[in-house]
Design a protein around this ligand. Sequence first.
Ligand SMILES: Nc1nc2c(ncn2[C@@H]2O[C@H](COP(=O)(O)OP(=O)(O)O)[C@@H](O)[C@H]2O)c(=O)[nH]1
Ligand SMILES: [Mg+2]
Length: 222
Amino acid sequence: MEINIQKRVLEANETQADKNRKFFKEHNVFVLNMMSSPGSGKTQLLCKSLKKLMPNVRVGVIVGDICTRNDADRLDVTGAKVTQINTDRFGGDCHLSAPLIFASAEGLGCSDLDLLIVENIGNLVCPAEFDIGEDARAVVLSVTEGEDKPLKYPLMFRVADVAILNKIDLLPYLDFDAGLAKDNMQQVHPHLPVFEVSARTEEGVEPWLDWLKIKVFEKTGK
Ligand SMILES: Nc1nc2c(ncn2[C@@H]2O[C@H](COP(=O)(O)OP(=O)(O)O)[C@@H](O)[C@H]2O)c(=O)[nH]1
Ligand SMILES: [Mg+2]
């Protein structure tokens, strides 16, 4: 007898994700799920973004890694409410699941937030399969990863609502073709908005934050 465990795991996750959506709606908070490979610059981009958003936009962050609270420590200095999830206790899961997000969001407290950002575990594969009840998904690709990654890992780019091409300050030193990377993203997801940024120099960060602020306003009216 064949037991489809993968299907059951995803169904259980989906049930909790629906509860999360209700919880986030009740608290009138917009939830962004940020995903990428390890090292593409999620935490760095968040550090820069939060400094610009706060205190006008009240932001909380749930950050996931298998081990360490390094990223929470980096994000703490922004003044945002931050909580770290480590999955090594749960077998080192490579993604954040809806039940984990619910427990963390309840612990963090959402009633005083406008925006909750989830920095997912670095991985271009599994996080794309797990709905956490978010309002939008952002994928970050950095210019050192290769233009072909959207074609190799299409689901991540298909489920994304926005893409960020990070580390553009390094373009002069690389053969990376930013136009081709963007074309590849839009080949798997037509009309996907793509923002070219450098979390190091902050070039392009404002247009990306304008996109985000509009999304927060559209849901919360704040
Ligand atoms: N040159 C450059 N380096 C960056 C940029 N963004 C992040 N980094 C560096 O890339 C490395 C990984 O960044 P991190 O934020 O930890 O990535 P994460 O694993 O996706 O959270 C760190 O050494 C950052 O300083 C950028 O825009 N330009
Ligand atoms: Mg990080």
